[in-house]
Every structure is written in structure tokens, then in C-alpha cells.
Ligand binder design. Structure first.
Ligand SMILES: [Zn+2]
Length: 305
């Protein structure tokens, strides 16, 4: 769906007012059959996008993350062991070439999304398994921290980057890698204490753990205010906050929809380029993988709209 509609309208001479399609990064390499949601659900989200369910969106295959660029966010020893230690256990399963290729493709998707958003204002990647990976080790299904890689990529062009993490769990890995970087603003609204972190720079770090779902959207709003100084936004759009996807009871689909629309509106009003990653979202609460994919589609729709 690379915009037949776009060409038709251009022929009619109305092309000046036609917004370009949203470019979202994905390739079949992201997917490893028979494994956890982290490396399987992107295929279903991609199918929904190809069926036109998210609006005017084109899918593009990214360039895989390279060893050299991974060493800008992780220790060389950790990168080496992930690539070469074939007896090791990766965060998403026993070492295999398809799993490594999946991790490299979806990490690279975050970097390519940054460059697309710097050109067109918005993008995303159907990537998951990012924010728990710390500098010297993987953690919680996350092998490499594509959010951190995306931040460093954006910082080649802008002065201050924000990472908005609305996954159910905390982004302790991102804090481990970028917490001391004065150019990076971290904002984390969690409903689960896993991988929590202690803010060490009040002007750049915002962390709140929610137990009352009625306060959730207000806290998201406070979080966005904290991100006011940033010139680029990286959004970790986890769906595991949703009550039926392993999240907090009372966080409904309607709340999640409002959340997605609000984040996009915030970035647009400020003309801040923004990208998203899928992040968490699991069948554990009784959903099918198709239902998990439908949830993630809310993020893609909001960005495409
Ligand atoms: Zn999570």
C-alpha cells in the first residue's frame, strides 16, 4: 500500500494538501515463528496495516543494526557474546541465527524510524523488547536497547531527546544506558514495579508508578509537560498497561486510545518529530495474539491519522 490514492490525488492537482503516508519499519526478519510475543506479534500488526486498517501507512524494511552501532550503547563484551556465543541464551530464547537476525532487524528499525521522522515528522517501527536491556546485559526479554540507539541517532541532529515510556513496566535499562546523558529526558509512567529506577536528575527524569487507573491519563499529561524541552520524541507504546493484556485493572481500551491520541497530538502541536515502538503487550491476560495486535494498531492509527 504505497499510496495508489496518493498518486491519484496528485494527478488531480491537489497534492499540496495531501499528507504523506506514515512510514513504519518492519520486515519478515522481525518474526521468529513459535517464539514469544516479542518476536511474533509484529507480523499480525503488519498484516492489519497491509489490509489498510491503520489508514495511509507504508511498511519499509530497515537496515539491520550493526555491531559497531550497538557498541555505542552496549559494552563490546556484551555485544560480542550476543553475536558469537552460540551456546548462550538470548533474552527471547536459545541462541539461533533467526533470533539474532530478528533482534538486529527490529533494533535497526528504530534507527531508521528516527531518520524518517527527521524528514517527515513521524515514523515508527514494529519493534518490541527494548527498554530493559542495559549497557552490559540483557534483561526481561530485551537483548539490545533500540530506544537508546534511537536517542543517539536523533542526537546527531537535535539537542535534546525525550524517551516517553508508557509500557506497563519501567525502563530501567534505558536509565542504565542514558540516565547520565544531559541531552536525554526520561519519562516513565508504570503500573508495575518491574525494572524500576530512581530518578537522579530531577530536571530530566520523571518516574511515576500508578495504582489508581483513574489518575492514569492525568499522569500521562504531567509526564508530557516534563518533556517540554525536547526536540525529538521516542515513544515506547507498550500495551501491557491495558487491563486485559497483563496491566492494571481499570485501564480500559478507551483509556489506551485516548493515551495514543494525546501523545501524537502533543508532538504535533509542538512540531516535535516523533517515533513509536510497539513494546510490551501479551496474551497473559487471556487475549489472543490477534487481539494484542489490534491493540498495537491503535498506536499506528494515531500516528497515521
Ligand atoms: Zn512491559
Amino acid at each position: 500500500m504505497t499510496g495508489g490514492g496518493f498518486d491519484e490525488v496528485a494527478v488531480l492537482g491537489h497534492n499540496l494538501s495531501v499528507p504523506s503516508p506514515l512510514t513504519v519499519f518492519f520486515s519478515p526478519a522481525y518474526v521468529v515463528k513459535g517464539k514469544s510475543e516479542t518476536v511474533t506479534k509484529s507480523r499480525l500488526v503488519a498484516q492489519l496495516i497491509e489490509a489498510g486498517r491503520a489508514g495511509d501507512v507504508r511498511l519499509l524494511a530497515p537496515k539491520a543494526a550493526t555491531r559497531r552501532e550497538l557498541e555505542t550503547i552496549h559494552t563490546p563484551e556484551y555485544v560480542r557474546s550476543t553475536f558469537d556465543d552460540k551456546q548462550s541464551f538470548l533474552e527471547v530464547g536459545p541462541w539461533s541465527q533467526p533470533l539474532l537476525d530478528s533482534i538486529l532487524a527490529s533494533t535497526g528499525g528504530m534507527r531508521d524510524a528516527v531518520n524518517e521522522a527527521l524528514l517527515s515528522g513521524r515514523s515508527g517501527s514494529l519493534s518490541s523488547g527494548l527498554h530493559h536491556a542495559r549497557r552490559a546485559a540483557g534483561n526481561g526479554f530485551c537483548q539490545f536497547n533500540g530506544l537508546a540507539l534511537a536517542a543517539l541517532e536523533a542526537l546527531k541532529e537535535v539537542r535534546r531527546v525525550g524517551i516517553l515510556d508508557l509500557d506497563a513496566h519501567a525502563g530501567g535499562g534505558t536509565f542504565d544506558i542514558l540516565g547520565d546523558d544531559k541531552r536525554v529526558y526520561l519519562a516513565d509512567v508504570t503500573v508495575n514495579g518491574f525494572d524500576s529506577w530512581e530518578p537522579s536528575a530531577p530536571d530530566r527524569h520523571f518516574y511515576v508508578d500508578i495504582s489508581d487507573p483513574r489518575t492514569y491519563l492525568d499522569q500521562v499529561e504531567r509526564t508530557l509537560r516534563h518533556l517540554e524541552p525536547v526536540e525529538f520524541l521516542i515513544y515506547n507504546a507498550g500495551m501491557d498497561t491495558y487491563e486485559k493484556a497483563g496491566g492494571l485493572k481499570g485501564i480500559t481500551k478507551e483509556i489506551i486510545r485516548k493515551r495514543e491520541r494525546r501523545v501524537v497530538e502533543w508532538a504535533r502541536q509542538r512540531k516535535v518529530p516523533a517515533i513509536f515502538a510497539l513494546a510490551g503487550g501479551y496474551k497473559s491476560g487471556g487475549l489472543t495474539l490477534e487481539q494484542v495486535a489490534e491493540l498495537h494498531l491503535e498506536t499506528v492509527k494515531a500516528f497515521a491519522d
